[in-house]
Design a protein around this ligand. Structure first.
Ligand code: C2E
Ligand code: CA
Ligand code: CA
Length: 510
């Protein structure tokens, strides 16, 4: 309704405004005099200019004089909706279309907690400025709530997936330049969701913005720095979250929850040194859902042990298939939660599975979160980990650097390798602080005879720096994203060929 009124006002404004209307004013007045005499002449001569002024004022106040955000001075949500409505209204005449982008600064609460409210507001202002610098003059940028922004593209001939992904990447690059606050550099990343005209659920500014926001929610649930386009299923997925709890048990038993595999490679040789099994819910209609969205439902339903059994079974089946196909995957890493590690029968179960597949225990690496061993005074957990280590399984301390484990704990739990958290990796090739932290961790590990693996390695530069600093193994998107089992064979084949052809990224000379 509001959009209809705005559209009518715009049409009236177009019809009545401009010099052409004023040029006809004398002729219109003369006509009025002939038709209705002096009274009509007076009414027209005074009334028409007043009407022109009025339509301009009304339209100005409804569409252009829009209240702004106190922190960034950007306009608010209605500005984006109106801009898209205007482009869509004129689309037939102009042949131009638009798209809506929404973005959110990742972990804004964490930034606010670490650096304070004032710095957080500086981050918002800098984001607003960088957006304006990156976009074209007529694109409209607005502040939504919290650390979220929305953009309406000024009319363009083409707004397709490729263009929008490129633009989103440009925005992310502009926002990723470090901010200097006192002597510290702050790194900010942003997640982005957008709605393409061809995919929009309705032809209105409000529909475009809603869809871009649903895509943004999807992107944020996928981890920092993600980009997602709206697909009609996305709103569905967001709305369906409540039913995950109800469906998760069936999904486990129907075989919809399976591990995907992410390669780990040796920085020394470039060869595959392991694979991490990461749970995925592969739904026939809704597609692939990451564990962040269903693990807590599995925990709540008391099904985490069942999940563990399924992941372990599929992981061993995969390992057996790689062995038979002649691919050398020395070990498979499986994530174990605190609940699973508290089960007194865990070691027997694992030993039984290893026997069934005739695997040496070294073929299994148990990943345990650093905060589990840091906070645990649970004797069963301590005993289980010690027994698995004694059996010959690898013990990796996951998310190392985030959970305050002491060296005493590392010893007590017979940890064999630390898995350095991805927060230490990002931009380590260009940021001296990151390099210093990594070097300190790696030196400590070397001194106490721990192997090292770094996760979240996203660029070739980061990979090279880690190799140079002496990290033993790396894992991350720059090597491969987690793969469905069917895709692992092709990936390993291609990797083997690449290794044979290219010189490797060398390690530091020791
Ligand atoms: P995690 O064990 O720390 O796993 C690493 C996560 O980082 C994975 O997310 C992986 O997809 C993601 N990742 C890998 N490389 C990169 C990269 O280069 N950049 C970025 N930004 N991310 C990268 P995923 O698969 O969503 O798993 C999330 C968490 O869920 C895991 O974190 C793990 O704690 C838990 N999880 C996954 N599978 C299982 C499982 O079978 N059992 C249990 N108990 N927990 C699991
Ligand atoms: Ca892990
Ligand atoms: Ca981890």
């Amino acid at each position: 309704m509001r959009n209809d009124i705005a559209a009518t006002l715009r049409r009236l404004q177009t019809l009545l405004s401009g010099q052409h209307t004023l040029a006809f004013l004398p002729a219109i007045c003369l006509g009025a005099y002939w038709l209705g005499g002096e009274t009509t002449l007076m009414t027209t001569a005074l009334g028409l200019p007043a009407l022109l002024a009025l339509t301009n004022i009304v339209s100005l106040s409804s569409m252009h004089v829009i209240s702004t955000d106190g922190v960034t001075a950007l306009p608010l949500r209605p500005a984006v909706i109106d801009a898209i409505d205007q482009t869509l209204d004129a689309q037939h005449a102009t042949g131009r279309t638009t798209a809506c982008i929404t973005l959110a600064i990742d972990d804004f609460r964490g930034l606010e907690a670490s650096f304070g409210t004032e710095t957080a507001q500086d981050i918002l202002r800098t984001t607003a400025r960088r957006l304006a610098d990156t976009l074209r003059d007529h694109d409209i940028v607005a502040r939504l709530d919290g650390p979220r922004f929305a953009i309406a593209l000024a009319p363009v001939r083409r707004a397709d997936l490729e263009t929008l992904i490129q633009l989103s990447s440009r925005i992310q690059a502009a926002l990723s330049e470090p901010l200097s606050v006192d002597a510290t550099k702050i790194y900010v990343t942003a997640s982005i969701g957008f709605c393409l005209p061809a995919r929009a659920p309705g032809q209105s500014g409000a529909a475009f913005l809603d869809a871009a926001e649903a895509a943004l929610a999807d992107a944020r649930s996928n981890g920092a720095g993600s980009i997602r386009a709206f697909t009609p299923g996305a709103i569905q997925t967001t709305l369906d979250r409540g039913s995950i709890l109800a469906d998760v048990g069936d999904a486990l038993e129907n075989g919809e929850i399976v591990p995907w595999f992410q390669p780990q490679i040796s920085t020394n040789t470039g060869a595959v040194s392991g694979m991490e099994a990461l749970a995925r819910w592969v739904h026939p209609e809704k597609g692939v859902t990451p564990p962040a969205e269903f693990l807590s439902a599995i925990e709540e339903s008391g099904l985490i042990e069942r999940l563990g059994e399924i992941i372990l079974y599929h992981s061993f089946t995969a390992l057996q298939t790689w062995d038979r196909a002649g691919f050398n995957v020395p070990t498979i890493s499986v994530n174990f939660s605190a609940t699973e590690l508290s089960n007194p029968k865990l070691v027997d179960k694992i030993r039984w599975e290893l026997d069934r597949f005739e695997f040496d225990p070294s073929r299994l690496t148990v990943e345990i979160l650093e905060n589990v061993i840091a906070s645990s005074d649970n004797d069963t957990i301590t005993r289980n980990i010690a027994a698995l280590s004694q059996l010959g399984c690898g013990i990796d301390l996951d998310d190392f650097g985030t959970g305050h484990a002491s060296i005493a704990n590392i010893r007590r739990f017979a940890v064999k390798r630390i898995k350095i958290d991805k927060s230490y990796v990002s931009r380590c090739d260009v940021d001296r602080n990151q390099q210093d932290m990594l070097a300190a961790i790696l030196t400590m590990a070397e001194r106490i005879n721990l192997q090292t693996l770094t996760e979240g390695v996203e660029t070739v530069g980061e990979h090279a720096m880690l190799a140079q600093l002496g990290c033993d193994h790396v894992q991350g998107f720059s090597i491969s994203k987690p793969l469905a089992f069917e895709k692992t064979l092709d990936w390993m084949d291609a990797h083997r060929q690449k290794l044979a052809q290219t010189p490797q990224i060398g390690r530091k000379a020791s």
